[in-house]
Each structure stands twice: as structure tokens, then as C-alpha cells.
Design a protein around this ligand. Structure first.
Ligand SMILES: NC(=O)c1ccc[n+]([C@@H]2O[C@H](COP(=O)([O-])OP(=O)(O)OC[C@H]3O[C@@H](n4cnc5c(N)ncnc54)[C@H](OP(=O)(O)O)[C@@H]3O)[C@@H](O)[C@H]2O)c1
Length: 240
């Protein structure tokens, strides 16, 4: 049971992020505040429909590469969660530029790096003061087996820009996990499985509702012993 007061999900207007908000909003006991971020709230029709029927869902605008907006964003989150802090941050927003090994451009590497590495890391650092005063103190980084060096042969294609970005955010998050455990924060890298979304594509093997319900079950079991782990939606260890 995910017994928490607040969860923040980035990239919540579609795909895994949207499904997370949909399922979190229907959980009992009710989560007091589900903060769902997206780049363009006006266009986020499905997310707005959830917020209309669930008064615990707050939609905030966030572009994860707009680092200068993070101070104002922090203030908005703090206003919502108050002195109880933020129980769970799910850094989910991401992109996958899937250009093959012999075609990936420097610009594609940089774009993947900005959105999947610098954005989530700087955002996590910004929000840590709110997480560390919460009850649950949990930081989830949506990673991918595509960033696993031990599993390179299990995924066809090269996709170096995407894979390098996920490997990079893994080492940064793993290192950061060691650093913030002094504040009681548990940090986990979570592979959602290969999920049918715009990013995962139509040939993916998991439906988003199945992957997300398993992820929520897994997240609810996490504790300090899992700090720095790389696991999948079912809680199984993903090799580095
Ligand atoms: N689907 C899979 O099979 C799979 C597998 C492994 C890992 N993952 C990871 O799971 C996470 C979610 O993936 P998904 O499949 O749900 O992808 P998706 O359907 O393509 O959704 C991506 C989300 O990220 C947002 N986003 C992209 N760039 C952003 C930026 N610069 N600032 C803020 N938000 C941004 C998108 O917003 P816009 O609509 O505004 O673009 C969208 O809400 C990603 O981190 C991905 O790497 C997915």
C-alpha cells in the first residue's frame, strides 16, 4: 500500500507519467497531493480530465531543461505540500532519440543529455530539501535497461545518444544516492519495462496500465535497503 501524502511526477501529460497520475489519483488511502507536471498544461487534455474529477491532482508547468524556472517551481511545490514536504519525486520526463550508431549527431547527443541527464539531476537537487523533510523520503529516477552496459546485447540497435544518457543519469543518481542517504532519502533507478507509449512504440510488450500498476506496487515496498538500486517494474534487479 502506497501510504503517502504527496507525489510529484514529471512528464505527466502522456505515456507512463500520465498513467502514473491516473492510477495514483485512484489509490486508497487517498494521496493528498499529486503534482503532475507537463510542458504545456493548456494542451494536456487527458491530464486535465483527471484533475477535473480528482481534486488531489495539481497540474504545474515544467520544462526540465529550463533550469532558471526551478526556483519558482520549487516555491509552487512548497506552497502545495507545505511543511509535510514531498514524499516521492518521480523524475519520469524523458526523450529517446533512437538514431543508429553510425548516424547519431552531436546535436542529438546533447539534446538527449540535456533532457535525460542534466534536467532530472538539477531538478532532484532542487527538490531534495522538500523530500528530506517528508515522511517517505523517496526519489525515483525513471531509467532504462537501454542504459545498462551489461545488457547491451539484449536490445537490438545502437541508439547511442539515448543509451549514453540513461547510463549517465544512472551513475549520477547512484552517486547522488550515496550522498543524500545521510538525509534519510532513498533513491532508486526504475526501469518501467518496454511499454507501449510514444517513446516505447507500438511493438512494445507491456501495456502502460499493467507496467504502472506493477511499478506502484514495487515503489510501495521500497525502503532504505534499496538505496542506489537499479530495478525493474516488478522489483527485479537490472544489471548495471
Ligand atoms: N516506454 C518505454 O518502453 C520506456 C522504457 C524504458 C524507459 N522509459 C523511460 O520512461 C520515461 C517515460 O517514458 P514514456 O514511454 O512515457 O515516454 P513518452 O510517452 O514519450 O512521454 C515522455 C514525457 O516526457 C515529457 N518530456 C519530454 N521532454 C521534456 C522536457 N524537455 N521537459 C519536460 N517534459 C518533457 C513529454 O512531454 P511532451 O508531451 O511535452 O513532449 C512526455 O510527457 C522516460 O524517462 C523514458 O526514458 C520508457
Amino acid at each position: 500500500m502506497l501510504n503517502v501524502s504527496s507525489v510529484l511526477v514529471t512528464g505527466a501529460n502522456r505515456g507512463i507519467g500520465l498513467e502514473l497520475v491516473r492510477q495514483l489519483a485512484s489509490l486508497e488511502p487517498k494521496i493528498s497531493h499529486i503534482i503532475a507536471t507537463c510542458r504545456n498544461p493548456d494542451a494536456a487534455k487527458e491530464l486535465k480530465a483527471i484533475a477535473k474529477t480528482s481534486n488531489n491532482v495539481h497540474i504545474l508547468k515544467l520544462e526540465v531543461t529550463d533550469y532558471n524556472s526551478f526556483d519558482a517551481f520549487y516555491a509552487e511545490v512548497e506552497k502545495i505540500v507545505g511543511s509535510s514536504g514531498l514524499d516521492i519525486l518521480i523524475n519520469n520526463a524523458g526523450i529517446a532519440i533512437m538514431t543508429p550508431l553510425d548516424e547519431a549527431t552531436p546535436e542529438e547527443f546533447m539534446k538527449n543529455y540535456e533532457v535525460n541527464v542534466i534536467g532530472p539531476y538539477v531538478l532532484a537537487r532542487k527538490l531534495i530539501p522538500l523530500i528530506k523533510v517528508s515522511q517517505r523520503k523517496l526519489y525515483i529516477l525513471m531509467s532504462s535497461i537501454a542504459g545498462s552496459i551489461e545488457c547491451t546485447s539484449e536490445i537490438l540497435g545502437g541508439f547511442p545518444a539515448y543509451r549514453a544518457s540513461k547510463a549517465a543519469i544512472n551513475i549520477i543518481t547512484r552517486t547522488y544516492a550515496d550522498y543524500i542517504k545521510k538525509d534519510g532519502v532513498t533513491s532508486v533507478m526504475l526501469f518501467p519495462g518496454w511499454v507501449k507509449t510514444e517513446l516505447g512504440g507500438p511493438h512494445a510488450i507491456l501495456e502502460a496500465d499493467f507496467a504502472v500498476s506493477n511499478m506502484i506496487k514495487t515503489i510501495s515496498t521500497l525502503n532504505a535497503e534499496n538505496n542506489g538500486c537499479f530495478i525493474d517494474y516488478e522489483g527485479k534487479t537490472v544489471p548495471w
